[in-house]
Design a protein around this ligand. Structure first.
Ligand SMILES: *[C@@H]1O[C@H](CO)[C@@H](O)[C@H](O)[C@H]1NC(C)=O
Ligand SMILES: *[C@@H]1O[C@H](CO)[C@@H](O)[C@H](O)[C@H]1NC(C)=O
Ligand SMILES: *[C@@H]1O[C@H](CO)[C@@H](O)[C@H](O)[C@H]1NC(C)=O
Length: 178
């Protein structure tokens, strides 16, 4: 009798600890996202990768930067396909081609920030993500300097998307103790 109640208490303790463990992981995601400017975007981005449940704060930053890379890559691919369909408009074609290049620079900057995060060089990681978030501006500005050519709505939405993801990544990196 004494033995079986001991076993029950032990089992309860173990499941309680497991519960705390699981709870703790998802609450790290929540507390981390709370310091960023876009809580919902942060939560949905991190939860898109199941490894986030077992990640520490640095791991969450890495996952977020990877999400940014996927987003920049999607836009780079989109722009590259647009270059082919805009064949009749040489100025538009040139602008889109230049923008594709800017998004590829953004991918490179994010790649560099991943290496910085691996090395726990948070200042450098921050600077590289800032650079990545600025390349869409360079693209937008080249359209601003070309009167008569409208900045495509699709590109405007993608610009905002990448910037917001980068802003979330910056918030997380900032909280890592820059
Ligand atoms: C999820 O995150 C892990 C750790 O950062 C990474 O190795 C993996 O490639 C990510 N998966 C996807 C689908 O991005
Ligand atoms: C391409 O430009 C030429 C010359 O301006 C024009 O005649 C032609 O209709 C255009 N084609 C398309 C598909 O817009
Ligand atoms: C990137 O962001 C845009 C704008 O929010 C969104 O439409 C698109 O689905 C995102 N792409 C990826 C791969 O996350």
């Amino acid at each position: 009798m004494a033995y079986s109640s001991f076993a029950i208490v032990l089992a309860l303790c173990i499941s309680f600890q497991l519960a705390i463990h699981v709870q703790g992981d998802s609450s790290l995601i929540e507390s981390t996202c709370k310091v960023t400017n876009y809580y919902d975007l942060c939560i949905s981005s991190l939860k898109s990768n199941l490894t986030s449940l077992n990640a520490d704060a640095n791991g969450l930053a890495i996952i977020m930067v990877r999400v940014a890379m996927a987003n920049a890559t999607a836009t780079n691919t989109y722009l590259s396909s647009q270059v082919l369909s805009a064949t009749n408009d040489t100025l538009m074609k040139k602008l889109i081609k230049d923008c594709a290049k800017k998004y590829s620079y953004a991918i490179e900057a994010l790649q560099a920030s991943l290496q910085d995060l691996d090395a726990e060089l948070y200042d450098y990681a921050y600077i590289n993500v800032m650079a990545a978030a600025d390349y869409p501006n360079v693209c937008h500005n080249s359209f601003r300097r070309s009167p008569g050519v409208a900045y495509p709505h699709e590109l405007a939405a993608r610009e905002d998307g990448l910037k917001h993801i980068c802003e979330v990544a910056l918030g997380i990196i900032d909280s890592l103790g820059r």
